[in-house]
Ligand binder design. Sequence first.
Ligand code: URA
Length: 197
Amino acid sequence: ADGVAGVAAAAPDWDALAAAARPCVACPELAATRQQVVVGEAPAGHRPRFALVGEAPGATEDQTGRPFVGRSGQLLDQLLAEAGLDRAQAAVLNVVKCRPPGNRTPRAPEVARCSGWLRRQLELLDPPVVVALGLSAAKWFLGPRTVLATARGRAHDVDGRAVWATYHPSAAIRFGPAGAPRAGLLADLTAVAAALP
Ligand code: URA
């Protein structure tokens, strides 16, 4: 963890951080099974209006190197548009930058080892608002005891940033178009849009 945190903290800008993260082998299993590190995306040349933070890349992200471009990403894009949010103004990041085998949930030591990258991304990009998608991201910002059902629907102040926790689009897919996670995710994104500075 010290290795990543130290290297990440020393990166002077987004490009340097991405270049430092791409060859990361801090997690031996993830480094051996991934195709590539998915660093994330940020608007070129201006501060993001908000950041979307997911859990970890899936198969499509691992193949393309881009965050949220698979099935979850397509639903996310649709709900962002319905909520009136523009992905082009957002940073799109993940707690863990490598795809876990079989899309298993990242383990606590993997999250801990990877954390320096996300911490430095947030410092460098400085988004005023963060949307944490799913429990892994919600816990990263709000602590290990976080429960989505009670944490969602309002902004939490975390180090001067407004952090919203909501459902992951994969839950919205799993529970279907009439399920509670999809409605909750859309309601939360709509509330974020109304609250953006
Ligand atoms: N799910 C995530 O949490 N992140 C991605 O980038 C894609 C799917």
